[in-house]
Design a protein around this ligand. Structure first.
Ligand code: NAD
Length: 258
């Protein structure tokens, strides 16, 4: 029997690939995004996250088998912190009661190869204490000082650390909910289209994210990994940040980091 799976960012890119693959195997997908989905909501705000969770739980009859949180932005502004970190962790907290009611609940989120790039330590620390006002104020300061480029990496590192910290708690492991992340390299989606459209852009990207195995990935490459992580087959993998990156992490960090 199909499961009820919530996919954020389902209108585009990786989220859209996850939605299509899940539907093809008979699952019911409740998409959450800014447009073209079952639940239209803005995950950058507390009210938007609350409205999204209420609408999802209403549609799902209170039972959510899995959540795949793909919505995100590459904006070098405080929006990256609001959407990529708080938009993920707060929504997952709000949907957790629905997961607890499911027979084999699972959750997965998307970090990034950028999580190993330079970041703003103060912003990451504010995220860890779940202080959104402070994290956003620090992010706005970073933008003002020309350090906005670090905010995407900061949001994705904070998210990976949240997964590590949270997965083993009584609320997640204690409720038998595996919680993992994938960390993609460069994926060909609308998010990277402008950058990959020029030779200069491609050179820049390939220097920062070398992908010796098969190069830039189609969204399905990441979607398949996410689908396994939230599938019933995954009974014991939790707290992992799985790099789906054509070997970028292994190239950049080598054998000492695993
Ligand atoms: P995308 O731009 O194709 O899709 C992102 C989706 O998120 C869009 O449908 C967008 O409308 C939605 N979204 C953005 N802001 C939102 C908001 N405030 N509320 C609700 N929905 C919102 O991008 P993608 O490449 O598919 O990215 C998916 C995830 O993968 C993101 O978290 C991204 O950071 C991550 N990622 C992407 C790459 C890549 O190379 N494309 C690499 C590493 C990580």
């Amino acid at each position: 029997m199909g499961r009820q799976v919530v996919v954020t960012g389902a209108a585009s890119g990786i989220g859209s690939a996850v939605r299509d693959l899940l539907r093809r195997r008979g699952d019911e997908v409740i998409g959450v995004d800014l447009h073209d989905v079952e639940v239209v909501a803005d995950l950058s705000t507390r009210e938007g996250r609350r409205a999204a969770a209420d609408a999802v739980l209403g549609r799902a009859g209170g039972v959510v088998d899995a959540v795949v949180a793909c919505a995100g932005t590459a904006s070098p502004t405080e929006a990256a912190i609001k959407i990529n970190y708080f938009g993920v962790v707060e929504l997952l907290d709000l949907l957790r009661p629905g997961l607890v009611r499911a027979e084999r609940p699972r959750a997965a989120v998307i970090s990034s190869i950028s999580s190993i790039q330079p970041y703003d330590a103060e912003v990451v620390a504010a995220c860890a204490t779940r202080d959104e006002e402070r994290a956003v104020a620090l992010a706005e300061k970073a933008v003002g000082e020309g350090r906005g480029q670090q905010l995407y990496a900061s949001s994705k590192l904070a998210l990976a650390r949240w997964v590590r910290r949270t997965c083993v708690t009584s609320e997640w492991a204690g409720e038998e909910i595996p919680l993992n992340a994938v960390a993609p390299g460069v994926v060909v989606t609308p998010m990277t289209a402008a950058l990959l459209a020029t030779e200069g852009g491609r050179e820049l990207v390939d220097r920062a994210v070398p992908m010796p195995l098969n190069g830039h990935a189609p969204p399905e490459a990441v979607a398949h990994a996410l689908i396994w992580l939230v599938g019933p087959e995954n009974t014991h993998m939790t707290g992992q940040v799985v790099f789906v990156d054509g070997g970028a992490d292994a190239t950049l960090r080598g054998e000492d980091s695993f």
